[in-house]
Design a protein around this ligand. Structure first.
Ligand code: ADP
Length: 155
């Protein structure tokens, strides 16, 4: 049975932190579905279309990565696509506190869905989409935090 993991997030926008985590997780799985969870209550800075396009661009030459989008519960989407594993990154203790409960819930709702956590590399643990959005909104240069595929994009 192939090992499929889902890496869910807002990716508003995707950062080098996400990419580094996915690259480190690739040897563990046959396939990783990087999926945007669409939450109509949560306002994103970038459109779903742009965020999807950037994910496709970033992973264009990585055959083990597919991109997707879903509404509703991550655990239900994982079941739909046959993913038994959920990949998440841990940057600090607050990520841990938040993720711990979600992972326990997902294990029940997802009927055995296992969350695999990778601790971020020190060089990436300060990077978040939130910080990148703040830099962009303030007119700063966010390119050090963005994958190369996004460097040409006028954000
Ligand atoms: P969310 O909308 O759930 O906050 P994000 O798009 O911010 O999702 O992040 C998705 C996942 O990527 C989360 O597990 C988060 O911990 C992880 N992640 C984000 N930035 C980094 C980073 N710099 N290093 C490692 N993991 C990260």
């Amino acid at each position: 049975m192939s090992k499929i993991a889902i890496f869910p997030g807002s990716f508003d926008p995707i950062t080098v932190g996400h990419v580094e985590l996915i690259q480190r997780a690739l040897p563990l799985f046959d396939k990783i579905i990087v999926a945007i969870g669409v939450n109509s209550q949560k306002k994103s800075l970038f459109s779903l279309e742009d965020r999807m396009m950037w994910l496709e661009e970033v992973f264009r030459s990585e055959p083990k990565v597919q991109v997707g989008q879903f509404e509703g519960l991550t655990a239900h989407y994982a079941q739909q696509i046959g993913a038994r594993y959920l990949l998440r990154g841990l940057r600090n203790a607050s990520d841990f506190d938040y993720e711990k409960t979600i992972s326990q819930l997902n294990n029940i709702v997802g009927e055995g869905l296992e969350t695999i956590f990778l601790i971020s590399q020190p060089a990436y643990s300060h990077i978040s989409s939130t910080i990148v959005r703040e830099i962009i909104k303030g007119g700063g240069d966010a390119s050090p935090f963005l994958p190369e595929a996004l460097h040409q994009v006028k954000l």
